[in-house]
Design a protein around this ligand. Structure first.
Ligand code: ACO
Length: 199
């Protein structure tokens, strides 16, 4: 599996992946707008196990993440936004969405800190995720190229898989519930992840 930056040639394939996986679909020009305005922020997962029959064989795109900068942030704080992320059913639960978002697994480092109270002592387990320097390229580009302080996104309340991915695996926090955010009336979790530690 190859994870690489989205190119304009990928766009029709990404669009069909999006239509297959999600009810939120976009015109071709919106994908192009992402690719041309923020070329460092969108990635595709390409299944390279299938040999190409001709040099013109299209890439087999099995997942993508489409991301952008919020152009006119209402709160005045520069931040990125995950417009859309999806992985084909045939390739789910293989860690692809996680990989598209951060491109490496983080090591969880933990240690025990001994805290002394007046006559007692307690052992506190503490830990943090240590990402290697190559990880989070998408989020790093948001910070280093565009000055983002955080990255935001929306998830349907019923979308347990995406909620788990963003909250439990990637460390996003639920900021609020936005009522009737989606066209069909479903509410959304508005989520964000602080990026100031990537500075
Ligand atoms: N149930 C519960 N938790 C899940 C599930 C699931 N079905 N799928 C993923 N997760 C969570 C788990 O915590 C998992 O970690 P684990 O495997 O160690 O338990 C973690 O996410 C990472 O899983 P990945 O294998 O990286 O996720 P996958 O590649 O399968 O893609 C995705 C997850 C993108 C949500 C996929 O199910 C999908 O394409 N769904 C349809 C489209 C969609 O809902 N996209 C998100 C919309 S929101 C947005 O785009 C901003």
């Amino acid at each position: 599996m190859d994870i690489r930056v989205l190119t304009s040639a990928d766009i029709p394939h990404v669009q069909s992946t999006n239509i297959t996986n999600l009810p939120e679909n976009y015109f071709l020009k919106y994908y192009l707008y992402h690719a041309l305005s923020w070329p460092q922020l969108s990635y595709v997962a390409v299944d390279v196990s299938r040999p190409k029959k001709t040099p013109y064989d299209p890439p087999k795109i099995v997942g993508y993440v489409l991301a952008k900068m919020e152009e006119e942030p209402v709160n005045g704080i520069q931040h990125g936004h995950i417009t859309s992320l999806s992985v084909m059913r045939t390739h789910r639960r293989l860690g692809l969405a996680e990989k598209l978002m951060r491109q490496s697994r983080m090591r969880y480092l933990s240690h025990t800190r001994r805290v002394y109270h007046s006559e007692r002592q307690t052992d506190l387990k503490e830990g943090f995720h240590e990402a290697d320097a190559r990880s989070f390229p998408l989020e790093r580009a948001m910070v280093e190229t565009f000055g983002a302080q955080y990255v935001s996104l929306h998830v349907r309340l019923a979308n347990i898989a995406a909620l788990r991915l963003y909250r439990d695996t990637l460390g996003f926090e639920v900021e609020k519930v936005e009522s009737k955010y989606y066209a069909d009336g479903e509410d959304a979790y508005s989520m964000k992840m602080d990026l100031t530690n990537l500075r």
